[in-house]
Design a protein around this ligand. Sequence first.
Ligand SMILES: Nc1ncnc2c1ncn2[C@@H]1O[C@H](COP(=O)(O)OP(=O)(O)O)[C@@H](O)[C@H]1O
Ligand SMILES: [Mg+2]
Length: 251
Amino acid sequence: MPKDFILSAEGVTKSFDGFKAIDDLSFYLDEGELRTIIGPNGAGKSTFLDLITGKTRPDIGKIEFKGTPITKRSEYQIYRMGIGRKFQTPSVFANHTVYDNILLGLEGRRGVWSTLLFGRTSTEQRDRIYDILKTINLAHKANEQAGTLAYGQKQWLEIGMLLAQNPQLLLIDEPAAGMTDEETVKTGELILSLAGKHTIIVIEHDMVFVRQLNSKVTVLHQGHVLREGTLDEVRNDERVIEVYLGRKKNV
Ligand SMILES: Nc1ncnc2c1ncn2[C@@H]1O[C@H](COP(=O)(O)OP(=O)(O)O)[C@@H](O)[C@H]1O
Ligand SMILES: [Mg+2]
């Protein structure tokens, strides 16, 4: 490889019952980069995240994180290496406070109950929790039950729980889905504020949101990279137009 990428995928293929959800995919990401992946439904976007995080394994091809092959590693090992993923549906601890949710993120999934029952948090930990709460604009909700938050706020809280683990690479699948326009703009601002501190891949449909992120865009189609470039470059690509034409989401 000509240079060191934080993440690289080369010649990756993954079939489900003979259907190639990912087909000879190659993808390279620089450290600190913010990248947006778009593509029609079924293009293989979420499957690509499954492959990066070890949820599924490629049939062939290699994926490297910081120069280390990860396709044979377990989900937990990959997570420990510094890859965090946010799924589309938020899964916060509804009966715990917003503050405790971040605390639980800090501690990881292990030791959840001991943290809440016996945990003494250090000043350092508390500062870190409030830093994260400020980043996700929920400091004023610290003592409220997570279950009472609005949908968009739950999504931000889950991003905060992810941040508590301090992953180098953040994978965020359709963060704006189901959000109001105002929440979507705030989510864009949040992601932009994280860019640079973390390397980030965002999957998204909403073109207003993609424009706000103003990052390099990868268009995935039938499990393969169709085009990469700025949003304007990919929007003016004949093949991209063809793929999206007649579909409900227009580029
Ligand atoms: N675990 C699985 N078993 C069978 N088919 C799957 C599985 N995961 C994904 N697929 C199929 O792979 C294709 C790509 O899906 P997905 O990655 O979810 O697309 P996207 O996120 O781009 O909408 C779809 O046809 C989907 O049905
Ligand atoms: Mg998907």
